[in-house]
Design a binder for this molecule. Structure first.
Ligand code: ADP
Length: 437
């Protein structure tokens, strides 16, 4: 059901219908075999029992006729036999339920047999407090030994600073997050948090200090309140409202008919991308970690939503160490350091201005994105202009004079102001927003 949109996009209903019909036919065939064998077993069981009863009755009747036994013993025999029938039938059903339980326990044992690849060493300490310092020291890692993902990656993030990871797809940006969150262990090199190697502290205590805002937020099919409280079940409603205000989503939630009790649907599909991301930010504010890992959404959002999100992120990053995977460079121009990752290594490193002055990979990526943004803005202006001309021609009954057209053109030009960069919006928003909790 989750992929129903994909089915519709590709007109695949007949294909899915046939697949479902095939599955139902297979199920029916299997069910026929199961029911047939059960009926056969029941019939055999009843036949054996009836034969036994018949033979015993005959022997007993014969002995009564010979005067060896009296009629009361015959009645006693019949009572014993009927009492025996119940438990014997029970054995049939018992056998069936045992078989079902064996199949289920086999599946469960398979799950138990799967050993986690990352576990705490026996003598690990708790990471009780965290300032947010992160160091990667010549870290090597490979998902598949034939293709390394990180190749001696080294960098440092000072507490309270923002570090942006940029670079081509497959450069190792997400792997940095996965290793820091301890989904995997590095092959060699060391990852340190506040100077402690991550292997020397318990996974649970480390994760308590790290908040993750993923690219695509997945929510439980529950109310918004439930999803928000998931970060900290002990939080009060007032704490949740404060976090949502800081994430610029409180007023939006109040516009929903059921407010905070709105059900978000499977994986949160009833919320827009921008809303989901702000809920994720609010959730991270509620968790209140010292380190934030943010995987920026790739999809372009409308200016208002983008502004809200940048404002929420500015609040979130205050006083915390933030590692951001940035897809749009305009959002990270104010970052304390930008790392360009390539083939699992830092290819370039510095602030936005330093990297532009270097005229290397970052500056060429920046030029390309600016060019693409400008082209998109120009296309938008032309589209707006065409739409206005179309609507004015409809109003004028199909005709339009040259003066009205030049007015439109002028109007279109005034709307062709360049959109503010996200960093400008971010600064603007962070100025306007209250400090985080
Ligand atoms: P980025 O986030 O910069 O796009 P990743 O860190 O996801 O890059 O990937 C780095 C390299 O590791 C890529 O070559 C990718 O194909 C590989 N990779 C990523 N995830 C997996 C995985 N789960 N299994 C095997 N290889 C992976």
């Amino acid at each position: 059901m989750v992929s129903y949109e994909t089915v519709k996009y590709f007109n695949a209903e007949p294909y899915e219908f046939n697949r479902y019909r095939g599955a139902v036919s297979d199920y029916q065939a299997a069910e026929y075999h199961v029911l047939f064998s059960l009926q056969l077993m029941n019939t055999c069981q009843n036949t054996v029992f009836m034969l036994g009863l018949l033979i015993t009755c005959f022997i007993c009747a014969f002995q009564i006729a010979n005067g060896q036994r009296d009629v009361g013993q015959f009645v006693g025999l019949l009572t014993y036999m009927s009492q025996l029938q119940g438990p014997l039938n029970f054995f049939g059903t018992f056998y069936r339920s045992i078989q079902g339980a064996m199949i289920n326990s086999e599946r469960l044992l398979e799950l138990f047999r799967a050993k986690p690849t990352v576990v705490d060493a026996p003598d690990v300490d708790e990471l009780r407090s965290c300032n947010g310092g992160i160091e990667f020291d010549k870290v090597h890692f490979a998902y598949d030994s034939r293709k390394p993902a990180l190749n001696g990656l080294s960098f440092e993030c000072k507490p309270g600073t923002t570090t942006a990871l940029v670079g081509e797809s497959g450069g190792g940006k997400s792997t940095v997050f996965r290793l820091l969150f301890r989904f995997y262990n590095s092959t060699s090199g060391q990852i340190r948090v506040d100077g402690h190697p991550v292997e020397s502290v318990s996974i649970d205590s480390l994760r308590r200090h790290i908040g993750v805002v993923p690219q695509d937020t997945v929510l439980f099919n529950e109310t918004i309140m439930y999803n928000l409280k998931y970060a900290n079940p002990g939080a009060t409603d007032e704490d949740i409202y404060d976090a949502c205000r800081a994430a610029s989503i409180h007023d939006r939630i109040l516009t929903f008919p059921d407010g905070y009790q709105t059900k978000v649907g499977e994986r949160g599909l009833r919320l827009s991308g921008g809303e989901k991301q702000r809920v994720a930010i609010a959730r991270t504010i509620i968790k209140n970690p010292r380190i934030i890992l943010l995987d920026e959404a790739t999809a372009a959002l409308d200016t208002d939503t983008e502004e809200h999100i940048q404002g929420a992120l500015a609040t979130l990053s205050k006083g915390r160490t933030m590692l951001v995977i940035a897809h749009r460079l305009s959002t990270i121009t104010t970052a304390d350091q930008i790392l360009v990752l390539q083939n699992g290594q830092v290819a370039e490193k510095g602030t936005h201005e330093q990297l532009l002055a270097m005229k290397g990979r970052y500056s060429s990526m920046w030029r390309k994105q600016i060019k693409a943004q400008r082209a998109a803005a120009e296309a938008q202006v032309l589209q707006d202009r065409a739409e206005r001309l179309r609507s004015s021609s409809v109003v004028a009954g199909g005709g339009e004079d040259s003066s009205s057209q030049s007015d439109e053109d002028r109007h279109a030009e005034t709307t062709a102001r360049p959109r503010p960069t996200l960093s400008q919006r971010s600064t603007k928003a962070s100025e306007a927003k209250p400090a985080g909790p």
